[in-house]
Design a protein around this ligand. Structure first.
Ligand code: PLP
Length: 392
């Protein structure tokens, strides 16, 4: 292979050329500070307004409900800590799920240390929360439900509309981490009764280090970062104008072409899923079969280590991701795979393939050609597999 084939679009995406082209003048020509009064500053100010409008339109929000952040992590932190701080007189109970991104889970754990109580809802074998369990978890002192739109590892999409309805009926705020869903899912914050929603540009072919939090008008949220008057005094600091412009352009492109893009991704995704399961024995799909992101494939292979699989795929010029966090210094398997009930050994042997706009049918065919052989070679080296074969 001349060039690596990238199958890790859930980790990050390449910034589209049209997006970079749109951003470039804001580094050099239109570099003014949006808070200044002269005309080059007007251009930056207008560009920020345009991007805010583009982002609001994509999720059916109002422009002044969009607040720029440094990315999804900051948006999640702001949403959860913000509600905790501003609604503590009502109560100190938060509901989330066991499969949230660490930006949500670690924020909840931090709040537990500050005296808040958090209920972590279980998920079923497909990664779905139970709406009945959610209803039962709501108490007098519940102030927030924070449930992700779609999972970053297994791609399962939660029943967002039903969750929003339950939150509304019970007078509880609803935050959703939509970092993985934005750009591929049709999101309507009004119809779904979403009060707070986190986004990040680098998952939708925009630049890294920029995201946004949608905060429904009327939600009590005081300043998160103190300083100047930017972001309606709630998140101070000179705006990252080029990145904001890039985010706006990227989200506009994503929603202009959403249905065509999804159609192509779903065809590739379904081909990968059915052929891998068909060609590789002792493999299983993780995540819901249909309530699943258009670009997500997550499969566990018994008797192998995901990390070894990734290294061997890399040697064949393929970039993918695994369900264990060994590379980040921990030997724990993914909390998501554990939550859907996979035993340690199966969770360790999982592979996440996330597709994107540069992937072609040839890429998928190449992966299908090399993967079964790699799995077989790894199994041939595995004492566990040897044992299993002897016994069967
Ligand atoms: N939430 C989810 C579901 C994610 O997948 C990610 C990134 O992987 C984040 C939050 C964090 O976003 P960012 O990288 O913009 O901080």
């Amino acid at each position: 292979m001349d060039q690596a084939i990238y199958f890790d679009y859930a980790a990050t995406t390449p910034t589209k050329k049209e997006v970079v082209d749109e951003m470039l003048p804001y580094f050099t020509t239109n570099f003014g500070n949006p808070s200044s009064v002269y005309s080059i500053a007007n251009k930056s100010r207008e560009a920020v307004l345009t991007a805010r409008e583009q982002i609001a339109k994509a999720i059916h929000a109002k422009d002044d409900e969009i607040f720029f952040t440094s990315g999804g992590t900051e948006a999640d932190n702001w949403a959860i800590k913000g509600v905790a701080e501003n609604y503590q007189s009502k109560g100190k109970h938060i509901i989330t799920s066991k499969i949230e991104h660490h930006a949500v889970l670690h924020t909840c754990e931090y709040l537990e240390k500050q005296g808040y109580e958090v209920t972590y809802l279980e998920v079923d074998e497909d990664g779905l929360i139970s709406v009945e369990a959610l209803k039962n978890a709501i108490r007098e002192d519940t102030i927030l439900i924070t449930i992700m739109y779609a999972n970053n590892e297994i791609g399962t999409i939660q029943p967002i509309k039903e969750i929003g309805q339950i939150a509304k009926e019970n007078g509880v705020l609803f935050h959703t981490d939509a970092v993985q869903a934005i750009g591929t899912e049709a999101i309507d914050v009004k119809e779904y009764n979403i009060d707070l929603l986190s986004m990040s540009a680098h998952k939708l072919y925009g630049p890294k280090g920029i995201g946004a939090l949608y905060i429904k008008k009327g939600t009590k949220m005081k300043a998160y970062i103190h300083g100047g008057t930017q972001e309606r005094r709630r998140r101070a600091g000179t705006e990252n104008v080029p990145a904001i412009v890039g985010f706006g352009k990227a989200i506009k492109l994503a929603y202009n072409n959403r249905e065509d893009n999804n159609k192509k991704l779903i065809t590739l995704r379904d081909k990968l899923i059915s052929e891998i399961l068909d060609k590789v024995p002792y493999s299983r799909l993780n995540g819901h079969q249909t309530k699943r992101l258009a670009n997500n494939v997550n499969i566990s292979f018994e008797f192998i280590e995901g990390e070894s699989l990734l290294i061997m795929l890399d040697m064949k010029g393929i970039c993918a991701s695994s369900g264990s966090a060994c590379t980040s210094g921990s030997l724990d398997p993914s909390h998501v795979l554990m939550a859907i009930g996979l035993p340690h050994e199966k969770a360790h042997g999982s592979l996440r393939i996330t597709l994107g706009d540069r992937n072609t049918e040839e890429d998928v065919d190449y992966l299908l050609e090399v993967l079964p052989d790699i799995v077989k070679r790894l199994r041939d080296m595995s004492p566990l597999y040897e044992d299993f074969i002897k016994k069967s």
